[in-house]
Design a protein around this ligand. Structure first.
Ligand code: ATP
Length: 307
């Protein structure tokens, strides 16, 4: 399904929000340190980082909820938080207080009334997977259902720029798939989407561009493939009843994990690890060798500071 976005179709992505030299401190401690980034129309921009890395602070500055200490920040060429920026933006934040006395459909209709060109009601409902609970009061929603409602409210205004701060937390598989479909359709209609998530699979699936934040600084930026390629690790997976310690000493191994009956080795050099592994375990079952994914890249870059 394609959205009838009232904005023009963006065949060529253009910069719709930017930050240059952005710095923000709380009580003398830097939460964001000299950030340069550009958010483009028709692209998903994922901000990744450990707890406290600065993701929410960055979003709050783009929304005008916080002021930068230094740097130039603009949204649609104007000051973040100005009416012109707000009318074209939507946001799903981690903290939201919703009046409990309204039904889902009343929440959506209320939010639609705030915008000059709201999204069609039925589309909002479909994207958010709320078809069967339109008459439910928000106080009766489960955590995941409340997330669906917050996503619905974030897209009510047919935004050209959408901020989603950990949107899929608490969502079940079906709701998450609906969210992902909504994100893809909005992107196809030209919306620029800023996404923070701790689910790296989500960023891997959706993001055109990723920034990796550590203690407020950007330590890596690029596509998911660029970031994966910036580490040269390989994953060796097999099933074994042996203890993890038996594999930790193998050459070039930098991490060992156990999941059920499977052991997963992360190695810097598969040619050095595999021969001794096979000679010590000639009957290794379910062996597979694959490139490291975004999660391994994230962990390594985050632990090494991206050097
Ligand atoms: N209002 C505030 N007052 C003081 N310190 C703050 C405030 N907001 C954020 N911080 C600090 O700024 C840093 C960045 O916080 P932020 O919430 O942006 O991180 P985050 O990457 O969104 O984390 P998480 O993944 O846990 O949501 C943290 O050290 C946090 O404690």
């Amino acid at each position: 399904m394609q959205l009838e976005n009232t904005c023009e179709q963006n065949i060529h992505p253009s910069v719709i929000a930017s930050a240059y030299g952005l710095t923000k401190s709380f009580a003398g401690k830097k939460a964001l340190d000299n950030i340069d980034l550009e958010i483009k129309s028709g692209q998903v921009f994922a901000i990744l980082g450990a707890n406290g890395a600065g993701k929410t602070t960055l979003i709050n500055i783009f929304l005008g909820r916080l002021n930068a200490d230094q740097g130039d920040v603009s949204v649609f060429g104007v000051r973040p938080g100005s009416l012109q920026a707000k009318r074209q933006s939507g946001a799903m934040l981690q903290v939201a207080n919703l009046p409990e006395t309204l039904k889902i459909k009343e929440h959506i209709q209320l939010f639609q009334s705030y915008y000059p060109h709201p999204m069609d009601y039925q589309k909002v409902i479909n994207y958010a997977g709320l078809q069967h609970m339109q008459n439910r009061y928000s106080k009766k929603l489960s955590g995941g259902e409340k997330q669906r409602l917050l996503f619905a409210l974030s897209i009510c205004g047919n935004p050209k720029l959408l901020f989603l701060d950990e949107p899929s937390v608490g969502m079940d598989v079906e709701a998450r798939q609906g969210l992902w479909q909504g994100i893809r359709d909005l992107r196809a209609a030209g919306t620029g989407i800023v996404l923070t998530t701790h689910y790296l699979e989500e960023a891997d699936n959706l993001a055109d561009n990723i920034v990796l934040l550590k203690q407020g600084a950007i330590i890596r930026q690029g596509s998911s493939d660029d970031i994966k390629a910036s580490i040269s690790h390989t994953i060796i997976r097999f099933s074994s009843d042996k203890k993890l310690q038996e594999f930790e000493q193998l050459p070039a191994v930098i991490n060992v994990k156990k999941s059920g009956k499977f052991i997963q080795l992360q190695t810097e050099n598969v040619n050095q690890t595999l021969p001794p592994l096979l000679s010590a375990n000639p009957n290794l079952q379910n062996l597979s060798v694959s490139s490291a994914g975004l999660e391994e890249a994230f962990l390594q870059l985050n632990n090494s500071g991206g050097e």
